[in-house]
Ligand binder design. Structure first.
Ligand code: GLN
Length: 286
């Protein structure tokens, strides 16, 4: 026999999906499951087993207010206030980009490099939520990790993530385009800089365009701005044998690689994400 809660929730999930379609939004079933779990405090597994009912009296109104925000186009991660990245839960808000699964491949590569280095010193440029820096601090034991960002609001989110997750990271407000890199040399530099060409703004998913911070997405008229700066200036902030790994726009692999080759970097490689798209460029110094 289905419980009252099971009956109610299957109606709610259907209603949510129909409303999303009517709003022209593509929302996955998983997103409604997350919202339901967030509102009711009951996991999908517990719900399907049917033995529990929510203890919070206002769970339906929490679900509905989340539903209404999602119908306006707000990403589910901002509504829930968190998302998973590299197996850990990170707080997110409108001042930081939502961590993406493809960025996990950059962390995997960097953790592997960091774990082969002696006394690794890692720098994350444009840390945002801190997802890369915090993951690396936890995945590379004994490393010293520093993370910079131009946004004070983003740094507050990143600091709180590091403290919740027990990661030791030094955060500092630095604008990489104008300020000096603090405390070099590093053995490894990582970055997921803004790289979306402004021309793509119109065709972007509205969840991204209308809600995520533009300072984290768009580099202005030159989408290679940050890579140019990195290729030209960061060689001297790395130790001998040090590496850089950056996330890139799928269309700019060869161009970003060329910038690094032209500026005398070694072992320049374009790497793919799990979907097979060009997504990273890595390089090293002698
Ligand atoms: N991957 C993000 C997007 O396509 C962009 C991230 C970035 O600019 N660094 O929306």
């Amino acid at each position: 026999m289905r419980s009252e809660f099971q009956r109610q929730t299957s109606e709610l999930l259907k209603e949510a999906q129909l409303k999303a379609e009517a709003h022209g939004l593509h929302v996955t079933a998983m997103e409604w499951e997350w919202l339901l779990e967030f509102a009711s405090g009951i996991s999908k597994m517990e719900r399907l087993l049917g033995s529990v009912a929510p203890t919070k009296a206002d769970w339906e109104s929490v679900f509905h207010s989340g539903l209404n925000r999602r119908l306006q186009g707000e990403p589910i991660q901002y509504i829930l206030g968190s998302t998973e990245f590299y197996g850990r839960k990170f707080a997110v808000g409108p001042s930081v980009l939502i961590p993406r699964p493809e960025t996990e491949s950059l962390v995997e590569w960097a953790a592997d490099i960091g774990n082969r280095q002696t006394a690794p010193r890692i720098l994350d440029i444009g840390t945002g939520s801190g997802c890369i820096a915090v993951s690396l601090a936890l995945e590379v034991p004994g490393s010293e990790v520093r993370a910079i960002d131009c946004s004070r609001e983003a740094l507050a989110v990143a600091r709180s993530n590091a403290s919740t997750l027990g990661a030791s990271v030094d955060f500092e407000r630095t604008d990489v385009l104008n300020d000096a890199i603090p405390d070099p040399p590093y053995s490894l530099i990582v970055s997921n800089p803004p790289y979306v060409p402004v021309e793509e703004m119109e065709e972007m998913q509205r969840e991204v365009r209308d809600y995520e911070p533009h300072v984290a997405l768009f580099a202005g008229r030159d989408p290679l701005l940050f890579y140019r700066k990195f290729a030209e200036t960061l060689r001297t902030t790395l130790r001998s044998g040090g590496y850089i790994g950056m996330e890139i726009h799928a269309q700019f692999g060869p161009e970003v690689a060329k910038l690094f080759v032209d500026n005398g970097w070694r072992n320049v490689m374009v790497k793919q994400d799990l979907a097979g798209m060009d997504r990273f460029v890595v390089a090293s110094v002698d």
